[in-house]
Design a protein around this ligand. Structure first.
Ligand code: ADP
Ligand code: MG
Ligand code: MG
Length: 317
């Protein structure tokens, strides 16, 4: 794709990971992948053991002290979850585990069961103590899930590491969370905006950036179909079911990928109109929405350039 670039890939966090550099450096790529694996081991809820699982295992019993590497991410997730009208909820774990969307054994839980599980997802019942660096889930059965924020956070950790290593031009893609440094020869990175429910190479358009994060969350990323209905992996903390509105994907362009990861979920919950109003007061966050009726809506084009390639979509905004 880019002249003179070297690509390194791995599968980590259940996702394809791609690192692009402009010098051949297998050893550096190996260190980056080890760094990602180390971070994943702290935050995962898909294995029996991790710092986050230690918190979940102690639900209803006692607070758990976590490491300085883990506490700030939990703190940020907690703050975002408690914002007014936030659809981001890091206490969503019991529902994620029950639906198993994207995993073997996915099911549509009966409505009564969803109600019971919703009672275990109140983010105000996750008690953080900054001095002790501890986290306590007040009720047995509660579980935190950092799936909507961890990849963005880790993308920023990788960017910071590359900068420490004096790497000036690079791109890291953590399964849809892209973070970029510069591009040589004053060029920019072209990040594809994927066509929903099509192959990864089928693009609606291209987003050009440098030194920015581009995060997309889409209903086509992880889902299952049952009885003619599609169930995707972003849950509505008000109903316990997948969020249902006019959106097929939300892309956020921001400096930090953690913000992109958070804001895709927040804006998914708000829908297009409320999101655009909200973004007018948030100049550091830009968004591109793709709707079910093939509209592509850009909040503005500050800090990036979007080029439409598939003209069966209408570009507005
Ligand atoms: P990815 O693109 O890696 O699948 P997203 O950033 O789109 O991740 O977040 C989806 C994941 O976040 C889900 O797989 C689940 O683990 C968790 N999740 C689902 N619904 C919510 C929600 N309303 N708030 C916070 N996390 C959620
Ligand atoms: Mg995603
Ligand atoms: Mg996210």
């Amino acid at each position: 794709m880019s002249a003179g670039s070297y690509s390194y890939s791995a599968v980590l966090m259940g996702s394809p990971i791609l690192l692009k550099l402009f010098e051949h450096d297998e050893a550096l790529a190996g260190r980056v992948f080890r760094l990602i694996r180390h971070q994943e081991n702290l935050f995962t809820v898909n294995r029996a053991q991790s710092e986050v699982m230690a918190i979940n295992h102690a639900a209803g019993l006692h607070p758990v002290v976590v490491s300085p590497a883990v506490y700030p991410l939990i703190k940020r997730a907690s703050e975002v979850s408690k914002l007014k009208d936030s659809c981001f909820n890091f206490a969503i774990g019991p529902l994620v585990k029950r639906w198993k969307i994207g995993f073997q054994g996915d099911t549509v839980p009966p409505a009564g069961e969803l109600q019971a599980l919703l009672a275990l997802t109140d983010p105000h019942q996750v008690i953080l103590d900054d001095d002790a660096r501890s986290v306590f889930l007040q009720q047995a059965g509660m579980e935190i899930d950092l799936g909507a924020i961890a990849k963005g956070y880790i993308a920023d950790v990788v960017r910071d590491y590359l900068q420490q290593q004096q790497v000036e031009c690079a791109l890291i893609n953590l399964g849809g969370n892209v973070q970029t440094l510069g591009h040589p020869h004053q060029q920019s990175w072209g990040i594809g905006l994927q066509k929903p429910f099509a192959g990864p190479e089928e693009l609606i358009g291209v987003i050009n950036v440098t030194h920015k994060s581009v995060v997309t969350s889409g209903v086509y990323e992880r889902y299952f179909e049952r009885d003619g209905r599609r169930y995707h992996h972003i849950l509505d903390p008000r109903t316990g079911a997948p969020l249902d509105n006019e959106l097929l994907s939300v892309t956020i362009i921001s400096d930090d990928s953690i913000d992109g990861d958070i804001w895709t979920t927040l804006l998914y919950g708000l829908g297009v109109e409320k999101s655009l109003a909200c973004l007018r007061d948030t100049p550091q966050i830009e968004a591109i929405f793709v709707t079910r009726d093939r509209e592509v809506i850009c909040s503005s084009q500050r800090g990036y350039r979007f080029t439409l390639l598939d003209h069966s979509y209408r570009l507005t905004g």
